[in-house]
Design a protein around this ligand. Structure first.
Ligand code: ITT
Length: 199
C-alpha cells in the first residue's frame, strides 16, 4: 500500500471502468484512493462461487503487483430462473444480454432478483472479504441510460426506478457494491495502523 499524507492507495483490479467509478466515489469518504488496474486475473479460475473467484484473483493480483489490491466479483441471481445467471453473469451479459434475460422472463410473475458483490482486499498477510447484497426485481422493459451491465432491468426494493435511471450516488446508497465497499472502508478506517506498519 502506498502511503500518502492524503490517505492510502489501493489497486482496484478490474477491466470495468463503471464499476471502478462507483467504488472510487464510495471510498473517497474513507480517504482511500482507488486506482484502476486492469489485469486479467479472473480468467484463470472456473468456479461457481463468487467468493472463490474474488479470493483467488485478489491473491494472484497481489503476487503480481506487490501492492494493496481489491478484486470484486458480482452476480445477478434471478429467483424464477433458479439463481441464473449468478456466477455466469458476465458471460450471459455478453451473449444473450438484457433482451435475452427479458425473453427468459416473459410471462413470469415472480420478478424477484438480487445482486451479490464479493469484494476481497489483500495486503501483506491480510485477506479480508466483504459481501453486499441488494434485493429487488427484474423490470418488464429496459429503462434508463445510466449505470452499466444489468442496471437497465434491475429495480431495487422500495424503488420504482431501475438502477440505470439513478445517479451514481443514488445507486451507491442501495447497491450491493455500495454495501460491500462501505464495509471495506469502515474496516480500513478501524485498522489503519496495519497499513502504516512497515514490518
Ligand atoms: P471485472 O471482472 O473486470 O471486474 P466485470 O464487468 O466482468 O469486470 P463482474 O464479473 O463482477 O465484473 O460482473 C459480472 C457481470 O455483472 C458483468 O456483466 C457486469 O456488467 C454485471 N454487473 C456487475 N455489477 C453490476 C451492477 O452494479 N449493475 C449491473 N450490472 C452489474
Amino acid at each position: 500500500m502506498l502511503l500518502k499524507e492524503s490517505g492510502i492507495e489501493i489497486c482496484f483490479v478490474s477491466r470495468n471502468k463503471r464499476k471502478f467509478i462507483e467504488a472510487r466515489e464510495l471510498l473517497k469518504d474513507y480517504n482511500i484512493n482507488l486506482v484502476m488496474t486492469p489485469l486479467d486475473v479472473k480468467l484463470e479460475l472456473q468456479s461457481e462461487n463468487l467468493e472463490e473467484i474474488a479470493l483467488y484473483a485478489a491473491i494472484l493480483a497481489r503476487t503480481i503487483l506487490r501492492r494493496a489490491v481489491v478484486v470484486e466479483d458480482t452476480g445477478l441471481y434471478i429467483n424464477a430462473l433458479k439463481g441464473f445467471p449468478g456466477p455466469y453473469s458476465s458471460y450471459v451479459y455478453r451473449t444473450i444480454g438484457l433482451k435475452g434475460i427479458l425473453k427468459l422472463m416473459e410471462g413470469e410473475q415472480d420478478r424477484r432478483a438480487y445482486f451479490k458483490s464479493v469484494v476481497v482486499l489483500v495486503y501483506k498477510n491480510i485477506v479480508k472479504c466483504f459481501t453486499g447484497t441488494c434485493f429487488g426485481s427484474i423490470s418488464y422493459y429496459i429503462r434508463g441510460v445510466g449505470g452499466f451491465g444489468f442496471d437497465p432491468i434491475f429495480v431495487p426494493m422500495g424503488e420504482k426506478r431501475t438502477f440505470a435511471e439513478m445517479s451514481i450516488e443514488e445507486k451507491n446508497l442501495y447497491s450491493h457494491r455500495g454495501i460491500a465497499f462501505r464495509m471495506l472502508g469502515e474496516w480500513v478506517s478501524k485498522n489503519i495502523n496495519l497499513f502504516y506498519d512497515k514490518t
